[in-house]
Design a protein around this ligand. Structure first.
Ligand SMILES: C[S@@+](CC[C@H](N)C(=O)[O-])C[C@H]1O[C@@H](n2cnc3c(N)ncnc32)[C@H](O)[C@@H]1O
Length: 269
């Protein structure tokens, strides 16, 4: 594997324990409340009862297992063995082990790791694409994983907001960046509460909205909708305020900028 991805994987392995203990993910609350998919996502994808769904970069499976609760037959894939172990553990604790499978693999190896299986839905949730150096190769993977007529649901951090530093004050990374020019971070921070990481170095890449759309079209997918949002679901910058619906938005006196986006695409039938 690319040594930069090896470094990222070590970092993610260490994050898993911090995240599962965090108030941010609140695993015990999640088990108690047993949430299904986010209503926005259910509305976009409709009833997935009995449908197959693969969640790329599933972390420790919370977003994946929400879909199992809605009747989907889910597969989560992540390159962190610690994440996959925790996902399996969580599926057992949630009573969803029979409806879920978790596979440890690099996204770029997903078609092989999943034995060529094709799915009704490829699902990708927040914080995924920045970890991938090559967005065109990701488009090829998504295309290869979808059945004819199958759909991609992608909700991720908006690449414009990824140009800004952690304070959301200064542009520190390009919107148009080259494959061999990742943003290198050594802070040892993660986005949840909890201790600092000792495996600090990470490499991330920004992919413009145009590049993401092109990567999908290039590999035969049809983009059905693309929506840029002025909200996100975590405290990405200190100046964001939480709305009554739990979304994080710019305060009234701040210019509105795109913070996340949702893209729906499908494989032609
Ligand atoms: C921010 S987390 C995703 C969080 C997710 N939306 C959730 O359900 O909480 C990003 C995940 O991508 C995984 N990842 C990063 N690079 C990857 C790669 N090349 N292949 C597979 N997984 C990868 C990490 O291990 C991590 O679990």
């Amino acid at each position: 594997m690319d040594p930069r991805l090896e470094a990222n994987r070590s970092n993610w392995n260490e994050r898993v324990g911090i995240h599962t203990r965090s108030r941010f993910y609140d695993v015990d609350g999640w088990l108690r409340n047993a949430p299904g998919p986010d209503p926005r996502e259910s509305e976009a994808l409709g009833n997935l009862d009995g449908k197959t769904l693969v969640h790329l970069q599933c972390h420790f499976g919370m977003d994946t297992l929400r879909w199992a609760r809605a009747g989907a037959v889910v597969t989560g894939l992540d390159f962190s063995p610690a994440a996959v172990d925790e996902a399996v553990n969580l599926s057992r604790r949630a009573g969803l082990a029979e409806h879920s499978t978790f596979v440890c693999a690099n996204v770029y190896d997903a078609p092989r790791a999943l034995s060529g299986k094709r799915f009704d839905v490829v699902y990708v949730s927040l914080g995924a694409l920045c970890w991938l150096p090559n967005i065109d190769a990701w488009g090829a993977v998504v295309s290869e994983l979808l059945k004819p007529g199958g759909r991609l649901y992608l909700h991720d951090v908006h690449p414009f907001s990824s140009c800004l530093d952690d304070d959301g004050e200064r542009i520190v990374y390009g919107y148009f960046e080259e494959f061999d020019n990742p943003y290198v971070d050594d802070t040892g921070d993660t986005y949840t509460d909890g201790e600092k990481l000792s495996t600090t170095r990470i490499f991330v890449w920004n992919h413009s909205i145009g590049e993401i759309v092109a990567a999908l079209i290039e590999h035969g997918l049809v983009v059905d909708s693309l929506t840029e949002h002025d909200w996100t679901v975590f405290q990405q910058f200190p100046w964001l305020v939480e709305s009554s619906t739990g979304q994080f938005v710019a305060p009234d006196d701040h210019p509105r900028i795109p913070l996340s986006f949702t893209l729906l695409a499908r494989s032609p039938s």
